[in-house]
Every structure is written in C-alpha cells, then in structure tokens.
Write a protein that binds this ligand. Structure first.
Ligand code: PGA
Length: 263
C-alpha cells in the first residue's frame, strides 16, 4: 500500500510584506506542481485573501495562524474563524509562541478547536514541552509549573476536551518541542518519534486505534532541507510544520523534495 502523502505546512508567522507574500506563494505554487505532498501555506492574516487567490485551484492549501471562535461579536482587534472560513482550509491553534505570550490557554485553544471543527476547518493543534524534560530525569517531588505545563499529553487532552469521537479524524497534531523552535536545534528524529507515539496512543484512547492511525502528526522545530529527510524517515512522523525555512521558496521546496525522497 502506498504511504499517505506527507503534509508540509509553512508557518510564515509575522513575516513578509504583501508583495513578498505574493511572490513567495507564486514560486511555491510553481515548485509544488511536481510534488505529491500536501503543501499548506499559512500567511499573516492581512495577506490571506491575496495568497488564497494565488493558490486557488493549484492543490496548495491555505491555513491561518490563529483566529477567535465565533463569527461576529464586539471584540476589538479580533478576527473570527467564521470570517476567515471561506478563505482557508486549516488553522494553526495553540502555537507555543501564543501560549508563552499569554495569548492562549488550554481553555481558549479548546474553544477554538471546537469552533474550527464546527466550521469544517482542519485544526493543526500544536503541543510541545517548554523545557527539555524527557532526556534529563527530573528529581522526585512535585513538578514545577513549567514542568507540569510541559506535559504534551495533557496539552493534547485539554485541547480535545468535548471533541466528538467522530471528529477526532478531522484534526492534525503538530508536535513542536519549544526548545527546538527558531533555528536552534531540531529534536532528533528518534526523540520526536518517541513523543509522537505517546500522542498517537492518546488519540487511540480518546477515539480508536483506527482513528489514531489516520490522524496526521507533524514534527516542527528548526526543520531545514538538511534534516527533513531524516525526520520523515521515521514512519511515525507524517509531515512537518516549518517556520523560518518556509520563508525562502527554494528552502521550502527543497524540504518537500527531501521528504518525498524517503516517502
Ligand atoms: P522554526 O519554527 O521552523 O523556525 O523552528 C517552527 C514553528 O514555530 O512552527
């Protein structure tokens, strides 16, 4: 059986001018023609409609980096999932940059996940430990706050509270160890795969083994053209969430090409 195609998501964060976003999406669309991976671009919100226009009918999909649940409300400065739903397929939720800035909590992330599913959008739920927990055994005793908040299984369970079993099939999970984000050092493929096994087991417990087998679980954190193939060689890793390296079309397309060599 052919393995499912890799899912490669580019998170542009708060980068690019409108012109840069248009050029970037144009050249990625051009490069993506020869790929069988599912490519998703997540531009900054003001460029969403323009990038969506650029990718229309090309097979490249669009995601946003966050949005509030609901449609219309008196919330100054917020943009809702209802407003952006016609222009996007995916929505990144619970990114650690938002969690750390106090812009999201387990509760707000859960509300967004539920609303995204209601609107037919695919949530890309980010979880990741804030500090390197699993390699250094911590001393006995009560975990510190940051250690407790670093429990990726708890993060996932809280994000999925009240999600119907049938809807679990409609989510994507991104495992992003926070210490690996931002071009510092990527987790080793083996380490990432080990944590992903735990996340998949959690989905199996909440839903079923069959559901756990089809939910794509991505790795994110300092992905680049050099380490992409080794990460994707782990059969537990279904794709990548790419930050910095998604801002250069040649690097991003090289990542996709590297993944396809091993899948
Ligand atoms: P990075 O970002 O690839 O620049 O480490 C990944 C992310 O934050 O999603």
């Amino acid at each position: 059986m052919e393995s499912p195609r890799p899912l490669i998501v580019g998170n542009w964060k708060m980068h690019t001018t409108l012109r840069e976003a248009q050029k970037l999406s144009e050249s990625i669309v051009h490069g993506a023609k020869q790929f069988r991976s599912q490519v998703v671009l997540c531009p900054p919100l003001p460029w969403l409609v323009s990038v969506a226009e650029e990718t229309k009918g090309t097979g490249v999909k669009i995601g946003v980096q966050d949005a509030a649940p609901g449609e219309f409300d008196a919330q100054t400065g917020n943009v809702s999932l209802g407003m952006i739903a016609p222009y996007t397929d995916y929505v990144i939720l619970g990114h650690s940059e938002r969690r750390l800035a106090g812009l999201d909590t387990d509760k707000t992330i859960n509300a967004k996940v539920l609303d995204a599913l209601k609107r037919g959008l695919t949530p890309i739920i980010c979880v990741g430990e804030f500090i390197h927990l699993y390699e250094n055994k911590r001393p006995r005793g009560r975990p510190r706050r940051i250690e407790a908040a670093s429990n990726v299984v708890v993060q996932l369970r809280r994000a999925l509270a009240d999600v119907k079993r049938v809807d679990l099939k409609k989510i994507v999970i991104a495992y992003e160890p926070v210490w690996a984000i931002g071009g510092t050092e990527a987790a080793t493929p083996e380490y990432a795969a080990k944590i992903i096994v735990r996340l998949r087991r959690t989905i199996a417990r909440l839903g079923s083994k069959a559901t756990a087998a089809v939910v794509p679980i991505l790795y994110g954190g300092s992905v680049n053209p050099e380490n992409a193939a080794a990460l994707l060689s782990q059969k537990q890793i279904d794709g990548l969430l790419v930050g910095r390296a998604s801002l250069k079309s040649d690097q991003f397309t090289a990542i996709v090409a590297a993944c396809e060599e091993v899948r």
